[in-house]
Ligand binder design. Structure first.
Ligand code: GLC
Length: 726
C-alpha cells in the first residue's frame, strides 16, 4: 500500500489529536443498518451512534424502493458529516461477493472459468454497481481453500487448490479496487476469512480448525499473500479457533505473520460480532478482555460486537492496552478512508446514476460469464447441443422456474424475482414447452410426481432441473449429507424409469459438489450450474442450444460418497499408495474407489480433445529459469470447442513427502473439428520450491515430472521429466 501525501497524513494526525476516546473507539466500530441480516446480533441506535461519534462505519445498507441505497447512504453520510462533532465520513460496507444487483455466478462457479481477466472484470463491474449505490467496501474476495463440501462456504471461494485461489484472490482485488481507491467506481476489498477457515472440523460451520503449520503455510496462506501483493485494503479473520486460539485474537498469525512476514499494512476488520464472541470461545471474561485481545492482535474494526466501544475504556484504564495502540488502529482506519477519497469527497459514491448502456453491458457480461461457468459433467455426444428439438421439451423439477434460487447465497441487492429462470428463458424460444416441478425443493411429498410423468409421452427431450436451495450453502449452511434434498431423487428415478428412450438432461444447481454418482450413470447429460446468478436461464439455454460451447471446469473434486471427504488431488502418496496391482495392504477403502466421482478440473465440451504430444524445455533447469511447456491438442469432435489444459508437477523424491500433483499453470485453446494446434504454457522454476522439514523454503535439485492434461487425473496426463541442477 502506497504512503499518503504529507498533508493527508498530517490531517489524520490532527484528527487523532482532537478525538475523544469515544470517537477513537467509534472509528474502530462498525454497526449494521439491518437492510440485510448477516449475523446473530442486530444493532440499535445507528443514527445516534453516528451522531455521538461512537460508530465510524456501517454495513448492510441496501436502501429500499422509497429510499434507494445511494440516497440512504448519502443520508447516513450527511448525519456523520453534519451532526457529529468531527464530521468524519463513514465507510459503508456490504458483502458484494458475486455482484451487487446484477449477479454473476457464485464464485465457485466463476472459478471454473480459470480466467483471471474475467474474474477481474466481473469484480470491477460489481464494484462499479455497488459504488453507484453508495458502497465503499466489500467483504470479498473470500479466499478460503476448501476441500470439504460439507462446509457451506466453499461456494463463496475458488475451490480446493491454493494456486487457483491465489490467482482468483489477486484478480478480484484488482477488479474491486482498481489502481486508485479514490476512484468513485471502486471499493475497498477485504480478503477473508483468515486463516484456514475452509478446514473447519467435520465441515461444520464455525467449528475449530486443526491444521499443521505446513498445511497452513502451503495451502491456506498463499491466497492471502497474493491478495496482499495485489494491494488488498482489508483482511478479515475467521470466526474459528485455530488449535485453540480464536483467529480474532491470534497474535502469531495476525501480527507476526500477516503484518510482519507478509507486510500487510491495511485494515483488519473483525467478522460479525467475532470480538465479542471471544467470550463464547472462553478466552475472555469481559468485553474489556475481548477488546484487549483483539486490539493486541491487530484487529482494527469491531464489526457489531460493541466490544471496542464498551471495552476499550476499561482496558485502557486497567493498563491492558495503551492509547498508542488505539491510535495506531485509528490511523490505519483513517488512512483507508483517505485512500478511498472519503475525506475529500464523501458523496462521490452514489452521486452519479449509471447509464442504461452500462447496465445492459453488465447484464451481457453476466450472461456470458454464467454460460462459461457451467460444467458439463457428463454428456452423450448426440444429445447436446440441443438443436431445435423438433418436438415438446418437458421442463421438470423444483429449480426449473425458481428465479430467487438462481442467486445463490449472498445475493446483495438482487431481488428474488430479478433473475431469469430456465423456464422463462426457454419460453423465449419457438419450442413447445411442457412444465411441472414434480416435487418441492426440500420436502418428502411425492404426490405430484405422477403429474410430471404424465407430460413425458411424445416429448422429444426432458430437461430436469434439480439441486439445492440457494441458502443450503453459504454461511451457517453446512450439510452432513451431500445428496439431493427432499424427494428429488425419487422424481429423477421416476422420470428415468418412464423416459423410455427420451433423452434426459439434468441441470444441477448447488453450492457444492453433490453425491450424484447414481444419477451421472443414467442420464444423457449432466450440467453443473452452481448458482449462475441474474442471467441463469439465458446462460443455460445458450449452452444447451450450442450458442455457447461449455468450457467450465470444476475447481473442487466431487466425492462419490461423503465418506470420502476430504477428497482432493494434491494428496501425498503415503507409504502404501493404492493402485490396481497394489494388493490389500494399501491406502484404500473396502467399499469405494479412492478416486472422486469427478476430479478437479473435470468438464466436458462439445468437442472431443486428444493430447497428442508434450514438450518441456529446458530439461536441465536452474533456479531462475522458466519452464516452457508445449502441448499438441487435437479436436476429434464434430463441433468447435474450447479445451482447458492444466500443467502439474510431481516431485518424486524430496526431503519431505510431496503431493502427487501440484498445479502450476492453466491454459485454454479453441479448435475447430479436426484442427490440431500447440498450446504454450510456462511457469518459473522458483515456484517448485517448497518448505523443508524445518518449514524453510528450499529449491532442491533432482528430478521433477512435468505433466499436462485436461484434469487432475493422472491417467489422462502426458508427462516428461526434467532435472533441477544444484
Ligand atoms: C458474516 C460472514 C462474513 C461477512 C460478515 C458481514 O458473518 O462470516 O463473511 O462478510 O458477516 O456480513
Amino acid at each position: 500500500m502506497h504512503a499518503l501525501a504529507p498533508q493527508a497524513a498530517q490531517r489524520i494526525e490532527r484528527l487523532i489529536a482532537a478525538m475523544t476516546l469515544t470517537e477513537k473507539a467509534g472509528q474502530l466500530s462498525m454497526r449494521a443498518a439491518g437492510d440485510v441480516v448477516t449475523g446473530p446480533a442486530q444493532a440499535q441506535g445507528l443514527l445516534s451512534g453516528i451522531r455521538s461519534g461512537a460508530v465510524g462505519h456501517v454495513l448492510n445498507v441496501l436502501g429500499s424502493e422509497v429510499s434507494p441505497s445511494a440516497q440512504t447512504c448519502h443520508e447516513l453520510q450527511r448525519v456523520a458529516l453534519e451532526e457529529s462533532r468531527l464530521g468524519i465520513p463513514l465507510i459503508i460496507a456490504l458483502d458484494v461477493t458475486h455482484g451487487y444487483r446484477t449477479l454473476f455466478p457464485v464464485c465457485l462457479g466463476e472459478a471454473g472459468l480459470l480466467d483471471e481477466a474475467t474474474w477481474e472484470l466481473s469484480a470491477r463491474e460489481a464494484a462499479a454497481e455497488a459504488a453507484a449505490a453508495g458502497i465503499s467496501m466489500t467483504f470479498a474476495p473470500m479466499v478460503d481453500v476448501s476441500r470439504d463440501p460439507r462446509w457451506g462456504r466453499g461456494v463463496e471461494g475458488a475451490g480446493e487448490d491454493p494456486w487457483v485461489t491465489s490467482q482468483f484472490a489477486a484478480a478480484k482485488v484488482r477488479g474491486f479496487q482498481g489502481r486508485d481507491l479514490a476512484n468513485p467506481q471502486q471499493v475497498a476489498a477485504v480478503a477473508k476469512h483468515y486463516l484456514g477457515y475452509g478446514a473447519v472440523t467435520a465441515g461444520r460451520e464455525y467449528a475449530s480448525v486443526e491444521l499443521s503449520q505446513r498445511t497452513l503455510l502451503e495451502v491456506h496462506l498463499p491466497a492471502f499473500a497474493a491478495a496482499i501483493r495485489a494491494g488488498v485494503a482489508g483482511i478479515m479473520p475467521g470466526f474459528h479457533d485455530l488449535a485453540g486460539c480464536p483467529m480474532t485474537a491470534h497474535r502469531h498469525w495476525l501480527i507476526e505473520q500477516l503484518r510482519g512476514e507478509l507486510g500487510f499494512k491495511g485494515v483488519m476488520v473483525s467478522d460479525y460480532n467475532a470480538i465479542g464472541e471471544l467470550l463464547q470461545h472462553g478466552v475472555a471474561a469481559s468485553l474489556a478482555e475481548c477488546a484487549t485481545l483483539a486490539l493486541r492482535a491487530g484487529v482494527d474494526i469491531d464489526m457489531m460486537s460493541g466490544a471496542y466501544e464498551q471495552g476499550l475504556p476499561e482496558a485502557l484504564e486497567r493498563g491492558w492496552i495503551t492509547e498508542a495502540q488505539i491510535d495506531a488502529a485509528v490511523r490505519r482506519v483513517l488512512t483507508l478512508k483517505t485512500r478511498l477519497g472519503l475525506l475529500d469527497d464523501p458523496y462521490a459514491r452514489g452521486r452519479d446514476i449509471e447509464s442504461p448502456e452500462a447496465i445492459t453491458s453488465r447484464r451481457a457480461l453476466a450472461r456470458e460469464v454464467a454460460a462459461r461457468s457451467l460444467v458439463l459433467l457428463r454428456h452423450r455426444e448426440d444429445v447436446l447441443p440441443l438443436a431445435d428439438p423438433g418436438g415438446p421439451i418437458c421442463v421438470l423439477g423444483p429449480l426449473a422456474d425458481a428465479p430467487a434460487q438462481m442467486r445463490g447465497p449472498w445475493p446483495a441487492a438482487c431481488g428474488p424475482n430479478e433473475p431469469i429462470s430456465v423456464l422463462q428463458a426457454l419460453r423465449e424460444l419457438p419450442w413447445e414447452i411442457r412444465h411441472a416441478s414434480g416435487v418441492d425443493l426440500d420436502s418428502e411429498d411425492t404426490s405430484r410426481i405422477p403429474d410430471a410423468l404424465s407430460l413425458l409421452p411424445g416429448a422429444r427431450t426432458v430437461l430436469l432441473c434439480l439441486g439445492e436451495a440457494a441458502l443450503m450453502s453459504g454461511e451457517a449452511a453446512s450439510r452432513a449429507r451431500l445428496d439431493l434434498p427432499g424427494a428429488q431423487r425419487q422424481l429423477a428415478e421416476a422420470v428415468l424409469d418412464h423416459a423410455h428412450g427420451i433423452p434426459v438432461i439434468v441441470v444441477l444447481f448447488s453450492g457444492r459438489p453433490l453425491t450424484v454418482g447414481w444419477l451421472a450413470g443414467r442420464v444423457d447429460a449432466l450440467l453443473a450450474a452452481w448458482f449462475p446468478g441474474s442471467q441463469a436461464g439465458p446462460a443455460i439455454v445458450d449452452v444447451l442450444s450450442g450458442r455457447v460451447s461449455p468450457v467450465g471446469r470444476t475447481t473442487v473434486s466431487w466425492p462419490r460418497e461423503v465418506g470420502q471427504v476430504p477428497v482432493f488431488f494434491a494428496q501425498r502418496p503415503s507409504g502404501r499408495p493404492a493402485g490396481p496391482q497394489a494388493g490389500p495392504f494399501t491406502s484404500r477403502y473396502l467399499d469405494l474407489p479412492n478416486e472422486p466421482l469427478f476430479p478437479f478440473g473435470h468438464g466436458e465440451s462439445y468437442g472431443s480433445f486428444k493430447l497428442t504430444r508434450l514438450r518441456v524445455a529446458p530439461t536441465v533447469l536452474r533456479a531462475h529459469d522458466i519452464v516452457e511447456v508445449w502441448v499438441e491438442v487435437l479436436n476429434e469432435g464434430r463441433h468447435p470447442a474450447e479445451e482447458t489444459i492444466f500443467v502439474f508437477t510431481r516431485d518424486p523424491v524430496a526431503s519431505v513427502a510431496r503431493p502427487l500433483l501440484e498445479l502450476r499453470a492453466v491454459g485454454h485453446i479453441t479448435l475447430k473439428p479436426g484442427e490440431q494446434e500447440s498450446l504454450h504454457l510456462s511457469f518459473p522454476v522458483s515456484t517448485l520450491s517448497f518448505l523443508d522439514s524445518t518449514l524453510t523454503p528450499v529449491l532442491e535439485p533432482g528430478e521433477i515430472e512435468v505433466l499436462a492434461g485436461p484434469c487432475a487425473q493422472r491417467s489422462r496426463l502426458l508427462g516428461q521429466s526434467v532435472r533441477i541442477l544444484p
